[in-house]
Design a protein around this ligand. Structure first.
Ligand code: MF3
Ligand code: CO
Length: 249
């Protein structure tokens, strides 16, 4: 069942999204060679306390951290570790969410560590653009699958592939609500977008083949071919005026 949020609920979710965006911005500025992914997670936890919100991921299906940190060929759900130091030339996905007054916000960015190759920077740029282009397809009474197919078409035109095993999701009083939001598919297939729906749209884009596998830690998804992957996510509402991105400043 796809929940429709009231104006009041949308206001809370917007506030929630703004807090997510502020914290992600601060975390982005901490990304430097030599920093460990555990240190980034600790920063996330400090900022959660500062803003008087709760972590969306900690405790979710036994996940023990506030942040997911996915480096290079890691697609999503990388686990912060004191042993994992960022290196110049890496790219890192930071996936983060909070709960504010009972409502969830969820967002992800991929950022370069120091100077990165032209190829890695292009992968980041294409993935970010695919999300923005997808969001641009949102309109009331439009079809969600138009968003999905737009993302896939753009990514593939740019020579990359979209991950199928993980998809975006509705979001509200739960982190994951209906509907699933795939980053692939045919246009015009629905479900119909209605005012008051809120979606977490999150393309995961691989430089090589779309296949992913889960490491023995039970969480970290990596590309099967070892190619680099990038991920961006926004929490977006469907409003009378069109899409409203909650997780941007
Ligand atoms: N942003 C991700 C999602 O939408 C991360 C959740 S996985 C978690 O599914 F376990 F870390 F919470
Ligand atoms: Co999500």
């Amino acid at each position: 069942m796809i929940t429709i949020k009231t104006k009041k609920e949308l206001e809370k979710m917007n506030k929630c999204g703004k807090i997510v965006a502020l914290i992600l911005k601060e975390l982005e500025q901490k990304v430097k060679p030599g920093v460990t992914t555990a240190e980034l997670d600790q920063w996330a936890e400090k900022l959660i306390e500062k803003f008087h919100v709760r972590p969306a991921f900690k405790g979710y299906k036994g996940y023990r951290h506030c942040l997911c940190t996915s480096i290079n060929e890691e697609v999503v759900h990388g686990i912060p570790s004191p042993k994992r130091k960022l290196q110049e030339g890496d790219i890192i996905g930071l996936d983060f969410g909070v709960i504010y007054e009972g409502y969830y916000g969820d967002s992800a960015i991929t950022v370069p560590v120091g100077e990165v190759s032209v190829n890695k920077q292009r992968l980041i740029d294409v993935t970010r653009n695919s999300l923005l282009k997808g969001i641009g397809k949102i309109k009331k009474n439009g079809s969600l699958s138009d968003v999905s197919s737009c993302i896939q078409a753009y990514v593939e035109k740019m020579g990359y592939s979209v991950v199928r095993e993980f998809v975006g999701h509705g979001i509200g009083q739960s982190l994951h609500e209906d509907p699933p939001v795939p980053n692939y598919g045919e246009p015009g297939m629905g479900p119909t977008l209605e005012i008051g729906m809120v979606l977490a749209i999150e393309p995961m884009v691989n430089e090589g083949s779309p296949e992913v596998k889960i490491l023995k830690d039970g969480w970290t998804a990596v590309t099967v071919d070892g190619s680099t992957s990038a991920h961006f996510e926004h929490t977006v509402a469907i409003t009378e005026e069109g899409p409203k991105v909650f997780t941007s400043l």
